[in-house]
Design a binder for this molecule. Structure first.
Ligand SMILES: [Ca+2]
Ligand SMILES: [Ca+2]
Length: 129
């Protein structure tokens, strides 16, 4: 799938957040950085169509409690789509799209095993040949 200039890839194996981060790196990408409502809606619609369970995105407050940072560029999230009552913090440091909340965002324990959404930004890809 592709939108707003990026290409996306959803892993078909469930894994922890750290494994998901590594999985995307191995595929020349990063866990998705959701910049806008447009990109968020695109992913939510995709998840609905494919009836995914929960999907890891590249957002976490592992580095600084209550500061939600995108792992691709270490910037704090501007656009967010938290579900009601989220984030509720504690040891829930990794963010996912929560299927039972119409894929709005929840913080969740990083050891949960869910599916990674990887994003490749074409301008960051070195063209060969
Ligand atoms: Ca993006
Ligand atoms: Ca939570």
């Amino acid at each position: 799938m592709s939108a707003v200039g990026s290409c996306y890839h959803v892993g078909n194996v469930s894994m922890t957040f750290i494994e998901a981060k590594r999985y995307c790196r191995e595929h020349g990408s990063n866990l998705i950085h959701i910049d806008s409502a447009q990109e968020n809606n695109y992913l939510k619609n995709y998840a609905l169509r494919h009836t995914y369970e929960m999907l890891w995105i590249g957002l976490t407050d592992l580095m600084a409690e209550s500061h939600y940072m995108w792992i691709d560029d270490n910037t704090e999230a501007q656009f967010t789509d938290w579900a009601q009552g989220q984030p509720n913090g504690g040891y829930e440091d990794c963010i996912l799209l929560y299927n039972k909340d119409s894929y709005r965002w929840h913080d969740y324990p990083c050891e949960g095993r869910w599916y990674p959404v990887c994003e490749t930004i074409p301008s960051h890809v070195a063209l060969v040949g």
